[in-house]
Design a protein. Structure first.
Lengths: 325, 297, 484
């Protein structure tokens, strides 16, 4: 701002003229965002009010207007209002929404918790630190669709790597069924955490590294033990970065999981079963298998609403640390 | 007196020794924990690499960890089973150009957002963040229809072409990239540019010759982030008919049992992981430095 | 950035921005409809008025006449899916043979994966650009025909290929669209399901195939007997939810129980009838009765085939491709020299109260309306439907030929393994030729998939009510989709 010190009353036009370079710099980005994000998003919002299906897709925005029909359907089903038999497309969606919540919570706990532990372990001085830091990053370069395929075989009940290790170490005495039934959601969570851990670790490591060591030394002299130092020095200082991570985690949890789920359960068919079906795969199925484009858009908007609620909570929780920045 | 003093010192020393001993023990515990976590993180990758040498049957049965017979020919068969070379080069072209364009545009826009207080900046910032909160499934169909319309009416070949994919991904990854870039520029002291401009450089020259070199680590980390994300994108590529690796690699599997060639899929995966891993190792030091700077601001 | 202290103003700006975009979109909104309108009318016409559809058809058929005769170099683009274990080689062999016989026509193949293929064909139908020829999953034909994207084959062209009677009836049915005259695609190969089993184990149990797989009761006894005699071998393996063949596998139990998927006028779901519920319960309870591989429900088709090849199971629900597995050398990824290879045998599905039917799927060949060299494309389709190509290609990819002539060829008809599939295919059933089939299938897969979760977690036999609830749910959604 130092370069534009005259912040006294300039007319809008003058201010625009003064910042012409900024507009030139922004212009390409603005056009790209307009074409790829903003115009399609607005159309998508409108689409959620239309009955667009395979037969009316060519009409597109001229398709029959149904207003809030889909939203009302979903809300009625959530609150048990209305006719008895609810369409399975709605119940499927609600089920997927609750799975998505559990999935988001667990993947966040997993990546943030493990990421923090791993970052602290990597922040110590030890001989193979450089190599260890590099190795930890490796899962990040494995594409998610490959991750799904690998884990399809790792989770096999008979002969799968996971059960063989668990059995070999006597942690379990009966093989666990991962890919069908209630465990399938956790099979998905673990695969997601595995893929997401490197990024969180590196971000936490970055944050921990810049904490001045004399803070810890001073605390030690005052008799603080390891836990107290962590609780009162490390945690508060990494809160801003943790905030960013939680936001990323929320977005990834709500909108992610498609590639892994689609490959892990059935090599590309896309239905992970009632226990592990997430919203994005469910919406994709409604849209591209059943060609209910309008309904799919409405479902996407509801998904976005869910995320925004959590972003609101997130904002309240991390507001201070964002300001502190 | 002297005795008691030395005694005190001794007890203090022994207390410190216990603490050191405890710390040492804790440290070794940490080592073991780290070793276990790293082993668990590497295991799936080792499984993938080892699996790429198995026979079709052995992979599908999945009971042996190591192949009974190491089939190196999987790596040659894989290129003919699917026209993998095409997908591979498409992905390299698309992701490479996307990364380049996004990095340049994001640097410019990020710089503008960090340094200028222009009318509309606040709204733009909100719009940028807002785009990250919208699910792809909401604008996938409109995007598809828009691209289709552009192709049919304006003759711009956006569907099923590398060009279309680049346009898509550039638009896709620009907001988040410029947000990251912006925070890097914010960490660079403004005095350097002012000095350069006093010396007669234009604002643009100051940006190119002074600011950009300083933002190097940030630029590299953004570039890697963009490349890795684009390299991994399936849904949009699939719907917009772009022939990238995520789409092509699924040709190793199919609807009937006989169509599934997991061992070739693994070999292909190893091949596509290699360039990314190589890039990662080459740029790793700078990358981590860049993320550090970006993360803290 | 102190700016962030003014969130309200930011939000206001954002709102203004959005409203600006809304205005901008208002202009863009009308344009796509205007240009794509012809396609839209064609679609609605196809569904409502047969007369206009007929004109559409004649228009399409006269097109090739006005097109240039096949002279000079013609390039045909062909889209195909990964058929068989070496799909690129298999299709190239056909293309080479065709090009040799038809100089001047070049075929350019491009492989699509099953996950993306539908979408790509849809785009090319709507965008008017794509290949000349495409492979279609048999269930896709009606959808694209209803969208007006396929060029119907003329009566003469069909006669030249031997007429509709020369194709397997169930396969031919998939080339039609309910309520619209015309043949929109030509069956290419048939994917027929049967029960693969181990001859040696059956003999050891002193059973004859005609008794062992006679009906549901004898089938269960057979599986139990085999398991008793061979502690390491399970009775049967079949994929559960994590597979592409979810509704296909269950539908055979519905048909054999005397039920059907849709009503005879194809307007209503009937897969929740009592007979259907009995059939699906019978299927599901193979697992509950512990007659299956313990983890069969989590497996996909490839893993099921592999566990059969590995000798873990006595039988498996699978297709003809195991024949080539059994006859391929071990170093080429086959089973030769294994016990399984010498003892592979097939049986038709055990009959239920409704008889013994199997599922016939596979793929068809269609010419897109946008194809400029339809005449050359027809030639290629005729070549692929010809006896020589039918035999060579179907064996290369481990499927069954779609023509009766090819099936009657000594190399297939006299083969004890293939012959089971021929008689099964003759009584085969398949998906309904309605435009909404893809959606019906998607709903069925979802509810049947969830049923497998129910079965896996039940810890005992699942009750008919559980099955009925799932199928009712699916029926309700399907009926909504069908407009009831």
């Amino acid at each position: 701002m130092a370069l534009a010190p005259k912040k006294n009353k300039l007319s809008l036009w003058q201010r625009i003229r003064q910042n012409s370079l900024a507009y030139k710099f922004i212009a390409p980005t603005f056009v790209a965002m307009l074409v790829v994000h903003l115009i399609p998003i607005v159309q998508g919002l409108y689409l959620s009010l239309l009955d667009v299906r395979l037969t009316t897709l060519t009409l597109y925005l001229k398709a029959p207007f149904v207003g809030l029909k889909y939203y009302i359907e979903v809300f009625n089903a959530i609150f048990g209002i209305g006719e008895d038999g609810t369409s399975s497309r709605v119940t499927g969606l609600i089920n997927a929404a609750s799975n998505t919540l559990v999935y988001t919570i667990w993947t966040n706990i997993g990546t943030l918790g493990l990421g923090l532990i791993l970052a602290m372990l990597l922040n110590r001085n030890f001989r193979w630190r450089g190599i260890a830091r590099t190795l930890v990053l490796l899962p990040w370069v494995v594409p998610t669709f490959v991750t799904g395929t690998i884990f399809n075989f790792i989770w096999l009940e008979q002969g799968g790597l996971a059960n063989r290790i668990l059995l070999g170490l006597n942690i379990i005495d009966m093989p666990i069924t991962w890919l069908i039934g209630p465990n399938s959601l956790y099979a998905l969570v673990i695969a997601t955490v595995w893929r997401g851990l490197p990024f969180t670790t590196i971000m936490f490591l970055a944050a921990i590294q810049v904490i001045p060591t004399d803070l810890y030394e001073a605390a030690s002299l005052d008799g603080a033990n390891g836990w107290q130092r962590f609780r009162h020095i490390t945690l508060p200082l990494i809160k801003p970065i943790a905030g960013t991570q939680v936001l990323f985690g929320l977005i990834n949890g709500f909108y992610g999981g498609y590639n892994i789920a689609v490959q892990m359960f059935g090599g590309g068919t896309g239905f992970a079963g009632e226990y592990a079906d997430l919203l994005v795969p469910a919406i994709t199925r409604q849209t591209w298998e059943r060609h209910l484009y309008g309904f799919g858009s409405a479902a996407s908007v509801i998904l976005m609403g869910m995320l925004l609620i959590f972003v609101g909570i997130w904002y309240r929780a991390f507001r201070d640390s964002l300001r502190a920045e | 007196m002297g005795v008691s003093l030395s005694k005190k010192a001794e007890s203090a020393r022994s207390a410190r020794a216990t603490i050191n001993y405890k710390a040492w023990l804790l440290d070794r515990g940490g080592d073991i924990l780290l070793l276990v976590i790293i082993a668990l993180m590497l295991l799936p990758i080792i499984f993938l690499i080892v699996g790429s040498f198995k026979s079709r049957e052995e992979f599908a049965v999945g009971s042996n960890f190591f192949p009974s017979d190491w089939r190196f020919e999987n790596y040659s068969e894989m290129w003919t089973r699917v026209k993998f070379g095409t997908y591979f080069s498409n992905s390299l072209i698309i992701c490479g150009i996307t990364t380049l364009v996004v990095t340049i545009l994001a640097s410019m826009s990020g710089y503008a957002l960090a340094r200028f207080r222009f009318p509309g900046a606040g709204g733009l910032s909100m719009a940028i963040l807002g785009t990250q909160l919208v699910p792809g499934t909401l604008f996938l169909i409109p995007l598809y229809m828009t691209f289709l319309w552009m192709k049919n009416n304006l003759g711009i070949p956006l569907i099923g072409t590398n060009f279309g994919a680049i346009v898509l991904y550039v638009g896709f990854f620009l907001p988040i990239s410029l947000w990251i870039q912006r925070s890097f520029f914010a960490t660079i002291p403004i005095d350097l540019e002012e000095q350069a401009m006093v010396d007669g450089a234009t604002r643009f020259q100051a940006f190119v010759y002074i600011v950009m070199p300083l933002a190097g680590p940030g630029v590299i980390s953004t570039a890697i982030f963009v490349f890795l994300t684009a390299w991994d994108e399936l849904l949009f590529a699939w719907v917009l008919n772009v022939q990238t690796i995520p789409v092509g690699i699924r040709q190793f599997t199919g609807v009937a049992g006989s169509q599934n060639r997991y061992e070739l899929l693994s070999a292909a995966s190893v091949v596509i992981i290699l360039p990314v891993a190589a890039m990662f190792f080459l740029l790793q030091k700078r990358f981590i430095a860049g993320l550090t700077a970006g993360a803290v601001k | 950035m102190q700016r962030s202290r003014r969130p309200f103003i930011n939000w206001l700006t954002l709102l203004t921005l959005i409203s600006m975009i809304l205005v901008a979109c208002g202009g863009a909104e009308t344009a796509p409809t205007a240009t794509t309108a012809p396609a839209a009318t064609a679609t609605t016409a196809a569904q409502v008025e047969p007369t206009t559809a007929a004109t559409a058809e004649t228009a399409a058929t006269t097109e090739p006449a006005t097109a240039e005769p096949v002279a000079g170099e013609v390039t045909l683009k062909l889209w195909h899916m990964p058929n068989g274990a070496a799909p690129a080689d298999a299709i190239q062999a056909e293309i080479d043979a065709f090009e040799k016989a038809n100089p001047g026509i070049n075929v350019e193949p491009e492989m699509l994966d099953w996950g993306a293929a539908f979408q790509r064909i849809q785009t090319s139908v709507q965008g008017g650009e794509g290949p000349c020829l495409t492979q279609l999953g048999t269930t896709w034909n009606p959808t694209f025909a209803a969208m007006g994207g396929l060029r119907p084959f003329t009566a003469e062209e069909i006669t030249a290929m031997g007429g509709s009677d020369s194709f397997v009836a169930a396969s031919w049915a998939t080339s039609q669209l309910q309520g619209m005259e015309g043949t929109f695609s030509i069956p290419w190969f048939a994917d027929v399901r049967a029960l693969a089993y181990r001859k040696d184990l059956l003999e050891k149990a002193g059973l004859k195939p005609e008794d062992a797989f006679k009906d549901w009761a004898s089938f269960k006894t057979t599986l139990a007997t085999i398991q008793e005699q061979n502690p390491d071998v399970a009775g049967i393996a079949f994929p559960g939810r994590n597979d592409w063949n979810v509704w296909q596998n269950s539908s055979m139990w519905i048909w054999n129980s005397g039920g059907d998927l849709l009503s005879s006028d194809l307007s209503e779901a009937t897969f929740n009838s009592d007979a259907a519920v009995t059939g699906v319960s019978e299927f599901a309870n193979l697992y509950s009765s512990k007659l299956t591989v313990t983890n069969t429900l989590e497996l996909n088709s490839a893993q099921v085939d592999a566990s059969f090849g590995d000798g873990r199971t006595f039988s498996a629900i699978t297709g003809p491709w195991l024949i080539s597995n059994a006859r391929t050398a071990a170093d080429a990824g086959g089973w030769a020299n294994r016990t399984v290879a010498d003892n592979l045998a097939y049986a038709e599905f055990p009959a239920g109260p409704g008889g013994s039917y199997t599922f016939v799927g596979g793929s068809n060949l269609a010419i897109l309306k946008s194809c400029e060299n339809a005449e050359a494309a027809v030639k290629f389709v005729q070549f692929l439907a010809g006896n020589e190509s039918q035999l060579r290609y179907s064996q290369a990819i481990g499927m069954l030929p779609a023509t009766k002539t090819a099936q009657a060829d000594a190399s297939i008809a006299n083969d004890p393994l293939y012959s089971v599939f021929i008689s099964a295919a003759a009584k085969g059933k398949t998906s309904a030729p309605i435009a909404e089939w893809g959606q019906v299938e998607s709903v069925l897969n979802e509810q049947l998939g969830s049923l497998w979760d129910d079965v896996a977690t039940a810890g005992g036999p699942v009750s008919a009510e559980v099955v009925k609830t799932r199928l009712d749910q699916a029926a309700q959604t399907v009926n909504e989709l069908l407009g009831n």
